[in-house]
Design a protein around this ligand. Sequence first.
Ligand SMILES: CCCCCCCCCCCCCC(=O)SCCNC(=O)CCNC(=O)[C@H](O)C(C)(C)COP(=O)(O)OP(=O)(O)OC[C@H]1O[C@@H](n2cnc3c(N)ncnc32)[C@H](O)[C@@H]1OP(=O)(O)O
Length: 237
Amino acid sequence: MFKFSVRLIKGLMQVTAWLQEQPVLTNLLYRISGPASYLPSRDLTVTWPRAEEHKDFSLPNSSWSQSMRNLYNKYMELSQQGSWIRLPSYNATVTHFTEQCPNSAKPQVTTRLFTRNLDVEGLGFEYVVFYNQAEQRTVCIFQAGPYLEGSHGLIHGGAIATIIDSTAGICAICTAGKVMTANLNINYRSPIVLGSTAEVQCRVDKIEDRKIFLSAEIRNVDGQVLHTEATILFVQV
Ligand SMILES: CCCCCCCCCCCCCC(=O)SCCNC(=O)CCNC(=O)[C@H](O)C(C)(C)COP(=O)(O)OP(=O)(O)OC[C@H]1O[C@@H](n2cnc3c(N)ncnc32)[C@H](O)[C@@H]1OP(=O)(O)O
């Protein structure tokens, strides 16, 4: 009798766990009683690998296509003439701002910058940003890996929004210091194929008190195809 009861309880627990994973039921539960009962009861285990604080992720790696390298070389040549500078890119946001700090003042880095959160090269965002101070412009050379898929074989619109927000954010930070995105307005004009190289061009249009207005475009490597247009508002904080 005791064994039977134990088996019955175990069985019921398994059925409950299985039911919780069924989309129809979770959807129904969510509608009836809100998110708490919709969430799975099992705890999620999160590990926190330390960020690689000093690796510059904007340097070429073996996943970069030839067209990515060609664009990179073009802007590196322009950098040598003095108009553009290549910005280093770390996988923790805080590292960008504590590079010059003595080690004792550095916080322990356990978080990751969203665009640099994968440990394998080429799967997610591969990019490098150049800044032109005189013209208040940034250019981001961007290759989208297979983990950024939205529609089949194409980049997800959210990934496109992310790379625009980042390119514009860096432009606004370099121009005006600490800022937050207040508004991001995007027109998706033509899809971007996974694995292709694209160029994000961003410029400051005007600054009014604490507000920095920027516009951005994403085009293919030869500039003939317009993929995306955006306007972005950052507010100094
Ligand atoms: C070298 C570089 C290194 C880079 C490191 C890697 C980083 C990568 C970069 C990644 C980058 C990623 C970055 C991210 O992802 S940032 C993450 C996403 N953004 C947020 O979470 C921001 C949330 N919002 C806020 O915190 C506040 O609302 C902010 C700070 C934006 C303004 O609140 P605050 O209390 O401070 O200001 P205020 O309300 O007095 O308004 C001030 C003025 O602004 C106007 N206004 C405000 N909102 C809007 C709006 N939506 N449309 C139009 N206008 C708006 C407002 O009318 C007023 O204008 P006026 O009446 O004075 O004329």
